[in-house]
Design a protein around this ligand. Structure first.
Ligand code: NAD
Length: 249
């Protein structure tokens, strides 16, 4: 199979969860992949199992100079970029009464500023007819307790992606977002919650979901592949919920 033969893909947050599953699938489909993450050990560990033409770039999406370097190193290795997949994100929890400036800046720097400035850096190096993908979330469609700033960050990204879609239309660049529902990834261990709370939350999410379960990173990667490939050649500006129907009921 080679739905992405010789396409150059840059993926942020590629050492774990959805980003890693997507990197593996893109490589299998013939893409040349730049895997980016901020943790050197995680990136080294993740790349052990990978086969194909890839490089890794250590970059923190909250740092402007790192976003610039990510694109520079990608272009230096592979030339122009065809697929820019802005996937890195965090989801720390806080009740609205406890939101601090630090909580706000941490989430917005990584989930909003990072992808926006990476796009700015990448645009001159994106091939016309290329594609930009965001991993967004269904959180901005529902009022999950404790996820106010996270939800706001993903809502902001959705608004941004609509304008971007309009501004890159003359170059034939498609811009789409994936809105995962609850997906089994290490994200939940990083939310600052105890294991018991995470397990209870997981049961609640599964019970409220029409398909009665969490999704898998591979199910999101399959959607990313579809949106990045010519199979989705007339799909532009959308956000696709991949959530078992959670957001629809
Ligand atoms: P994950 O924790 O496995 O992956 C997140 C990735 O982002 C990791 O590779 C991490 O290293 C990277 N990252 C975090 N901060 C970074 C930074 N400052 N610079 C560079 N990389 C950074 O979790 P995941 O579930 O695979 O998350 C991927 C995306 O999916 C996120 O944007 C998240 O908001 C979104 N999402 C996840 C779920 C879910 O249920 N897992 C649901 C909806 C949306």
């Amino acid at each position: 199979m080679s739905k992405l033969k010789d396409k150059v893909a840059v993926i942020t947050g590629a050492n774990s969860g959805i980003g890693l599953a997507s990197a593996k699938l893109f490589l299998k489909e013939g893409a040349k992949v730049v895997l980016s993450g901020r943790r050197a050990e995680a990136l080294a560990e993740a790349s052990k199992d990978l086969e194909g033409d890839f490089i890794t770039v250590i970059a923190d999406v909250s740092k402007d100079e790192d976003n610039k370097r990510l694109i520079q190193e990608s272009v230096a290795r592979y030339g122009k970029i065809d697929i820019l997949f802005l996937n890195a994100g965090i989801a720390p929890v806080s009740p609205t009464s406890g939101i601090t400036a630090e909580h706000y800046h941490q989430i917005f720097d990584i989930n909003v500023k990072g992808p926006i400035l990476t796009v700015t850096e990448a645009l001159p190096h994106l091939n016309d007819g290329g594609t930009i993908l965001f991993t967004n979330s269904i959180v901005h469609q529902k009022g999950f307790e404790g996820l106010a700033v996270y939800g706001a960050s993903k809502g902001a990204l959705r608004a941004y992606s609509r304008v971007l879609t309009n501004e890159v239309k003359s170059r034939g660049i498609r811009v789409n977002s994936i809105a995962p529902g609850p997906i089994y990834t290490p994200l939940y261990d990083k939310m600052g919650l105890s294991q018991d709370v995470v397990e209870e939350m997981g049961k609640g999410f599964a019970a409220a979901n029409p398909l009665g379960r969490f999704g898998t990173p591979d199910e999101i990667a399959n959607t990313a592949l579809f949106l990045a490939s010519d199979d989705a050649s007339y799909i532009n500006g959308v956000e696709i919920e991949v959530d078992g129907g959670f957001s629809q009921i």
